[in-house]
Ligand binder design. Sequence first.
Ligand code: ADP
Length: 299
Amino acid sequence: MQLEIKDLTKTYSNGVRALKGVNLTISQGMFGLLGPNGAGKSSLMRTIATLQEADSGSVRLTGLAGEDLNVLTQKDDVRRVLGYLPQEFGVYPRVTAETMLDHIATLKGIANGRERKAIVEGLLQKVNLYQVRKKNLGTFSGGMKQRFGIAQALVGNPRLIIVDEPTAGLDPAERNRFHNLLSEIGENTIVILSTHIVEDVTNLCSDMAIICLGEVVAAGNPNDLVRDLNGKIWQTFVEKSEIETYRQSHRVISTQLKGGKTRLHAYSDLPLSGFDPVTPDLEDVYFAKITEKMEVVTV
Ligand code: ADP
């Protein structure tokens, strides 16, 4: 199964060019879409989720029992195989988890009551909410709401799952649980995880893209992208007041406070005097690509 996005563009009525010719091929497994706020991630996710029109380009979903779906026009067919967890996932506070999920299953066309009950129970167990199935959604913590969000996205056994900025507001334990759940699901579906948190992609994804100002600035296997930076990232510690001077003379990709000092990472093909070499990680890839596209990024 494969999702093929070609030359996708979107300009909003206020003139903002959110997508400027996006090309991506996404296969089965967990795919991470990284980018800063305003990069165009949600615009892309909403388009793939059939919730928003694009101006031009194409999105195809192929390989589903030989099917070849045009995502931009065959919306009903796509919705049948789609699970979507939006960025802002509102819940009805006075409805129990079980009732809400049953309702969503009815909306998704599961008419048989007994079948629906089995599906709802199975999903509540999967996301570890079975014990609290009779509790109102309004009493749920952020992590529980997110897990409920995953349960509702999984109703109807979707083949394409889109998860937009899922871990914002979750504590580390909740985030961990959420990650484990997502990676289980990723085994036989396409899961697209849109996020601005590099660590989420490091932990979960075998394939990824970085998007900035409406364009794809990097795509591929995270390890390969990191390997491409070997020998090119240099580190030094500076006073906060010195950062600007360094920016003038070096390609500074990130600055981060560490124990009162500022850790500065710079990109260079050749050694930089006063800097030590460091083993790059995905965060370096992210900042190198983003700063190449935008002039200034402050961490
Ligand atoms: P991200 O999800 O990466 O934060 P978005 O896709 O939400 O990015 O936004 C991309 C750009 O499009 C931003 O500049 C944002 O302000 C703008 N934008 C998003 N939605 C709308 C909209 N409905 N109307 C006008 N501009 C929008």
